[in-house]
Ligand binder design. Structure first.
Ligand code: 13P
Length: 342
């Protein structure tokens, strides 16, 4: 393992002013997104959509540090005459290609519907192959659901252990692990409950990372923000989300972690930007704080594109706008007026 090389990639992913584009929707998830704009999900439409994003020069060169890909995309080629690998398009913009390596969730045996993330078997050889194709970092998402009597401690522990095993295997194969423990915001719970569950989850994850000998300087954390559940009817102010989230992170995340790149998790586009911005205004912070957004970066370009060739340039501009807004938020320099001006 070359820890210095891992550290440099991790630092690059959290370059101030830039963040990560999460474009690693599984085939099932991207189908849902495509259903919402009324287009069929095929390997060709998925390729066309993602190629459009990676060819958005302004967004990619200036505001995107890395792109998380689904396995299909990592091995797909662009529609041009040379059949340029999509991964080469990404590299040319200066962004780092990454790969989602978890195999999604299944119910954890004896824990009802509580999920466990799968995909550890054969992970090492898969990482070697993905690295050969150009991937330099990976992502594994663990899911913690809040509800009546859940999450159970056993479910948190099992997911944290799997995350730590994944991270150790990544580092042993010279791939930077993005460690993503997502406490879902779907429930009707209040912000205090999210605070409590996120604390327990992060503390457990870092304990497991320590036990599995993961080098913290060679990883990036991808957590949820601390927010009220979507069904609670409460929309939290950016400053209260920022204060709560930072308090939890300061208590749970060692300073040797180079950076934290948040997931958007169903937050409204501008909300996700405003909250990241509010946190970066509360400096000094021990780690860099940026975005690793899927929906909050792609909602605007996806709906603008709507599957039509004539909309490509407008969709790329919509992507560049959201990327720039989030890039500014990573510096604490975003303002609501910039949204209206655009
Ligand atoms: P969202 O920003 O849409 O939550 O996606 C980020 C991600 O990678 C979830 O695993």
């Amino acid at each position: 393992m070359d820890l210095q090389a891992l550290h440099e990639i991790a630092e690059k992913l959290v370059t101030p002013g830039k963040g990560i584009l999460a474009a690693d929707e599984s085939t099932g998830t991207i189908k849902k997104r495509f259903d919402s704009i009324g287009i069929e999900s095929t390997d060709v439409t998925r390729r066309d959509y993602r190629e459009m994003l990676f060819r958005a020069e302004d967004a990619m060169r200036n505001y995107v540090s890395g792109v998380i890909l689904y396995e299909e995309t990592l091995y797909q080629n662009a529609a041009d005459a040379n059949a340029t690998p999509l991964v080469d398009l990404i590299e040319r913009t200066g962004a780092v290609p990454g790969i989602k390596v978890d195999k999604g969730t299944a119910p954890l045996a004896k824990f009802g519907d509580q999920p466990i993330t799968e995909g550890l078997d054969g992970l090492g050889p898969r990482l070697d192959k993905d690295r050969e194709r150009g991937a330099r970092f990976a992502k594994w998402r663990a899911v913690v659901d809040i509800g009546d009597g859940i999450p159970a401690w056993g479910a948190i522990k099992a997911n944290a252990h799997a995350l730590a095993r994944y991270a150790a295997i990544c580092q042993a194969h010279d791939i930077v692990p993005i460690v993503e423990p997502e406490v879902l915001m779907d429930g009707a719970h209040g912000i205090e409950r999210c605070d409590e569950v996120t604390r327990l989850t992060l503390n457990t994850v870092f304990e497991e990372l320590f036990e599995q000998r993961v080098a913290l300087e060679g990883m990036v954390l991808k957590p949820n923000m601390v927010v009220s559940g979507m069904k609670s009817g409460v929309v939290d102010a950016a400053e209260s989300v920022a204060e709560r989230t930072l308090a939890v992170l300061r208590d749970c995340v060692p300073a040797s972690v180079p950076g934290i790149a948040f997931l958007s998790g169903g937050q409204d586009d501008e909300e996700a930007t405003a909250r990241l911005n509010a946190m970066n205004r509360m400096s000094p912070l021990p780690w860099k704080l940026t975005f690793s957004y899927g929906r909050a970066l792609q909602h605007a370009p996806l709906t603008t594109w709507a599957g039509k060739r004539e909309n490509v340039a407008a969709a790329q501009r919509a992507f560049a706008h959201r990327a720039r807004m989030n890039g500014l938020a990573s510096l604490g320099k975003w303002e609501g007026a910039l949204e209206k001006a655009a």
